[in-house]
Design a protein around this ligand. Sequence first.
Ligand SMILES: CCCCC/C=C\C/C=C\C/C=C\C/C=C\CCCC(=O)SCCNC(=O)CCNC(=O)[C@H](O)C(C)(C)COP(=O)(O)OP(=O)(O)OC[C@H]1O[C@@H](n2cnc3c(N)ncnc32)[C@H](O)[C@@H]1OP(=O)(O)O
Length: 204
Amino acid sequence: MSDLVESRADSTLAEFTADVCRRLASGLLDRTGDDLRDLVAQEVDGLRAALSDPSFLDTADAPSDPPFVSPKGYTTINTNPVTSRRNPLAPLVTIEHDGDVVEMTTTLSLPYQGPRGRVHGGYAAVLLDHVLWHAVRSRLDSVSFTRSLTITYEQALPIGTELTMTGRVTEIDGRKTFAAGEIKAGDVVCVRGEGLWVSPRPRT
Ligand SMILES: CCCCC/C=C\C/C=C\C/C=C\C/C=C\CCCC(=O)SCCNC(=O)CCNC(=O)[C@H](O)C(C)(C)COP(=O)(O)OP(=O)(O)OC[C@H]1O[C@@H](n2cnc3c(N)ncnc32)[C@H](O)[C@@H]1OP(=O)(O)O
């Protein structure tokens, strides 16, 4: 990462706007009528205040995902639908590396619901893909892509409860890296995943 291409205030405004979008996306699914109107009005007021008076925004913390100029000279924004604070599709997650194990936590709200009260299985796969990719990435110098991912849904994965995703590499064989992990709600393993990540063939 190198030069910033936007002021800190503008990056903070962008992330504040993404948070507004997250709250609206949830509110649209659990509020109706006047309750929904109140939420929309409150968020619109917040956006207006943030635009007209920068001191409205809490700038104590540095923006999580400011755009930057990459070492290759491209202006880059983290678009990732799991981790980017600037992408309203991404829930707020923490990611920590502990030796070879990567741990990610998040709590998912209604926009991620499949069956009532349960996380959509496809999004559970997204979370596992991401945490396993991080585990793979931490062991390789090269880029790698998910080639296969097998998901086993053992228990309902709850909405509104903190989830912990863990991932670890199980084998490296040339361009192939195998990884496995799980998603827990509390102490209960709800979803398991295992897969293969392949680095592209070196250019000849
Ligand atoms: C890039 C940024 C880096 C910097 C990062 C820095 C900060 C990070 C910040 C933010 C995060 C950024 C990004 C993270 C994003 C997402 C994370 C999740 C990951 C993804 O979301 S990623 C998208 C989905 N993914 C794809 O878009 C892949 C599409 N695909 C391909 O692009 C090709 O498929 C490719 C190139 C992968 C391989 O192509 P290929 O032609 O080289 O492969 P080939 O067929 O040769 O297979 C090779 C060997 O695997 C064996 N093999 C194959 N299948 C097997 C199986 N099922 N089981 C056992 N073995 C298997 C073969 O038998 C052979 O083995 P052997 O070599 O021993 O013969």
